[in-house]
Design a binder for this molecule. Structure first.
Ligand code: NAD
Ligand code: DAU
Length: 353
C-alpha cells in the first residue's frame, strides 16, 4: 500500500513521543511514520518494541541540532507533516545545565523549522508543522484562576524559558514565512514509559525499592495531571483538526498538591505490594525545595473541547491504577532505564531502515 501521508515525529523514543508514535502507527496504517530521535538519556527504543516491526514505521537517529542530518531526513522521507516533541524536558536538569536546554529546545527547534521551510519551499499546501509545548510557559499561578490561550507568557525556569522561546520562534515562522503551524501547551502527563526522574515514576520506583520519597519543600505545589494516552489523543485531534496558526491548551482538570499525590501513591502501592496501610508513607522525606519552584499550574482546556471535541477519556484514579500496574509489571524496563542498560542494548542497532 502506498502511504497517503508521511509524518516526521521528533522525540518519538521519549515518554510522550512513544505514545504518539504508537497511536499513529496503529491507528493510521495508511501513513508512514518516521520517528526521528537523537536517543539521549531520555530516549529509549524499548518503549516502541511493540510497533518497531510495523510496515509503516521507521526510525532515524538524528539530533535536531544537526542541520545536515535533518536535510537528509527530509529529502529521503519527504514528510508533509512534522509533530515536534524532541526536547530536554526535566526542570531540575535545566537548573544544573541550562545550555543543553538552549541548544536543543531553542536552537534545535529553529534548525528543524529551517529544515521544514526549506524542504517545503515549493509549496506549503498540505503541510503542517505541529509544535508540542508545555503549560509552564505561562509561569506560576498564585491567586486561583487557570491558564488560557490568552495568558501572557511568564516562564520562570530555564526549561520553561527555552520552551517559551521555541514557541515564539514557531509563531514567528508562521507570521514571517507563512509556515503552516499549530501549537499546543499541555499540563503534567503521567502514564507508562515515563522516565523515573519525574515525580510519579520516581515515587513508584522508590516505594517499590523501599527508598526515601523526596518531597520538595513542604509538598504544597500543585500540578494538573493528564494521562499520557489522553495527551496523545489530543495531539491527534490538533494535528488533524486544529486550525492553522492556532494554539490549544490541553489539560486534565485534575489538580493535586504534591504531598497529597505522594500519599495516594503510597496507599495504592501498599495495597498492590501487600504492605500494611501507612507503611510506604513512612518513606516520605522532605528535601530542599527546587530553586524558583512554580507554585501551581492549572489549565483551562475549554477551547480544545469546544472546537475539536476533545476531552480526557479516563479519571485520574483509573489512570493512576493502570500506571502503577504497568510499572509493577515492567520492573525490567524500570531497572533498565535506571541502570542505563538499554543504551548499550540498542547501541548502533538503528540508523536508517
Ligand atoms: P522526554 O524527555 O521523555 O523525551 C524527549 C525525547 O526527545 C527523547 O526521546 C530524547 O532522546 C529526544 N531528544 C532530546 N534531545 C534531542 C535532540 N537534540 N535531538 C533529537 N532528539 C532529542 O520528554 P517528554 O516528557 O516525552 O516530553 C515530550 C515533549 O512534550 C517535550 O517537548 C516537552 O516539553 C513536552 N511536554 C511534556 C510534558 C510532560 O508532562 N512530560 C507536558 C507538556 C509538554
Ligand atoms: O507542566 C508540564 C511539565 O510537567 C512538562 O513541561 C515537563 O516536561 C515535565 O517534566 C513536568 O514538569 P514538573 O516540574 O511539573 O514535573 P516533575 O515531575 O519534575 O515535578 C512535579 C512536581 O513534583 C513539582 O512540583 C516538583 C515536585 N517533585 C519532583 C521530583 C522529581 C518533588 O517534590 N520531588 C521530586 O523528586
Amino acid at each position: 500500500m502506498s502511504a497517503t501521508r508521511s509524518i516526521l515525529i521528533t522525540g518519538g523514543a521519549g515518554f510522550i513521543g512513544s505514545h504518539v508514535v504508537r497511536r499513529f502507527v496503529t491507528k493510521y496504517p495508511q501513513y508512514r511514520i518516521i520517528n526521528l530521535d537523537a536517543l539521549t538519556y531520555a530516549g529509549n527504543l524499548e518503549n516502541l518494541r511493540d510497533v518497531e516491526r510495523a510496515a509503516n514505521y521507521m526510525f532515524v537517529k538524528c539530533d535536531i541540532r544537526d542541520a545536515d542530518g535533518l536535510k537528509a531526513a527530509f529529502a529521503e522521507h519527504t514528510p508533509d507533516g512534522v509533530i515536534h516533541l524532541a526536547a530536554e524536558s526535566h526542570v531540575d536538569r535545566s537548573i544544573t545545565d541550562p545550555m543543553a536546554f538552549v541548544t536543543t529546545n531553542v536552537i534545535g527547534t529553529v534548525t528543524l523549522l529551517n529544515a521544514a521551510r526549506e524542504a517545503w519551499k515549493s509549496s506549503f499546501d498540505g503541510k503542517r508543522f505541529y509544535h508540542v509545548s508545555t503549560d509552564e510557559v505561562y509561569g506560576s499561578l498564585h491567586d486561583g484562576g487557570f491558564f488560557t490561550e490568552e495568558t501572557p507568557y511568564d516562564p520562570q525556569s530555564p526549561y520553561s524559558a527555552s520552551k517559551a522561546a521555541s514557541d515564539h520562534f514557531v509563531r514567528a515562522y508562521g507570521n514571517t514565512y507563512k509556515l503552516p503551524f499549530v501549537l499546543s501547551n499541555c499540563s503534567n502527563n503521567y502514564g507508562s514509559h515515563h522516565f523515573p526522574e519525574k515525580l510519579i515514576p520516581l515515587m513508584i520506583n522508590n516505594i517499590r525499592n523501599s527508598k526515601p520519597l523526596p518531597v520538595y519543600g513542604k509538598g504544597e505545589n500543585v500540578r494538573d495531571w493528564l494521562w499520557v494516552e489522553d495527551h496523545a489523543s489530543a495531539i491527534d485531534a490538533v494535528f488533524h483538526k486544529g486550525a492553522n496558526g492556532e494554539t490549544y491548551n490541553i489539560g486534565g482538570h485534575n489538580e493535586w498538591k504534591n504531598l497529597d499525590l505522594v500519599h495516594l501513591l503510597c496507599r495504592i502501592m501498599d495495597q498492590k505490594l501487600g504492605r500494611a496501610e501507612g507503611e510506604s508513607a513512612k518513606l516520605i522525606t522532605y528535601v530542599t525545595d527546587r530553586a524558583g519552584h512554580d507554585l501551581r499550574y492549572a489549565i483551562d482546556a475549554g477551547k480544545i473541547e469546544r472546537e475539536l471535541g476533545w476531552k480526557p477519556s479516563i479519571t485520574f484514579e483509573a489512570g493512576l491504577e493502570r500506571t502503577v500496574d504497568w510499572y509493577l509489571a515492567n520492573t525490567v524496563w524500570l531497572d533498565h532505564v535506571t541502570s542505563g542498560a538499554y543504551r548499550s542494548y540498542y547501541e548502533g542497532q538503528y540508523t536508517h531502515r
